[in-house]
Design a binder for this molecule. Sequence first.
Ligand code: FO1
Length: 308
Amino acid sequence: MIAVLAGGVGAARLLRGLVRIVDPAEVVVVANTGDDLVLHGLHISPDLDTVTYTLAEAGNQETGWGLAGESWQAMDSLDRYGGPSWFRLGDRDLGTHLFRTGRLAEGAGLAGVTAEIAEAWGLGFRLLPATEDRLRTMVTLADGGEVGFQEYFVGLRHDVPVSGIRFEGAGDALPGPGVLDALTAAEVVVVAPSNPLVSIAPILAIPGIADVLRARRATNVAVSPIVGGSAIKGPADRMLVEMGHESSVVGVARLYRDLVATLVIDDVDSDLAGGVEAEGVRCVVTDTVMRSVDVAAALAETAIGAGR
Ligand code: FO1
């Protein structure tokens, strides 16, 4: 069984390749829930939904989030009333949030609802929320204010420098059902190329999870989300620098060295392989820019091979 720590878009791309080379029934995805928010009274889980929609081949491939071919009637109606339409919820996407919110109100846990949604989309793998408890990534802006993750990422278009990140609720959060078992039993744990600071770190902040990974470091592999010093998508590069880290594969190796024995980096960074290994992390160089599912599959193959 292969376990994957996943955030949003980059993780979903890798997973599309992974399920091509590994029986999906042998894949467990532990997904970040720190991006979750309640809006319009609806519980929205962006990273769970990005993985679900992308792996169901129903996702909006331009944006990496939401469903393809969406209509926006509900958002237009909201505009009529001056409601908060800044966080774009398509009409079909709303059905997911209505269902999730209703099931949670009936007393279901987030893991159970996520399994029902994954089943409805025909996903062959297990998608586990990192926790069922409240977890909210909060971002302190360089100008001093603190905002919720989606306010930073969408509301402010992450166009503002950050000076702090914290994971509200992490201290009291329990690993979700099946999470510790999966991370313990997995033949290889792959840390997907997601934002280390706001997609992977919230998962690691849940007590118990990092300990399990440290205990099995030798068979854990991370794929760098930074290529040539930049993020493929999103603010990871800027956030790394703003938070005092290096926006490079060496900086990523430094962040992950206690948790993984191997870091997979892109060909463009081959000259930094020595720097990665100097951090005590084995370095594997390959094409990590997933322009196609074939590249994603080859990358997944390389990552798993490096972990065995
Ligand atoms: N990202 C945006 O940039 N703008 C949006 O309006 C937006 C809406 C949205 C709705 C549902 C959902 O599941 C994701 C959505 N995202 C949007 C993406 C989301 O902010 C990010 O996917 C993650 O939180 C970061 O990976």
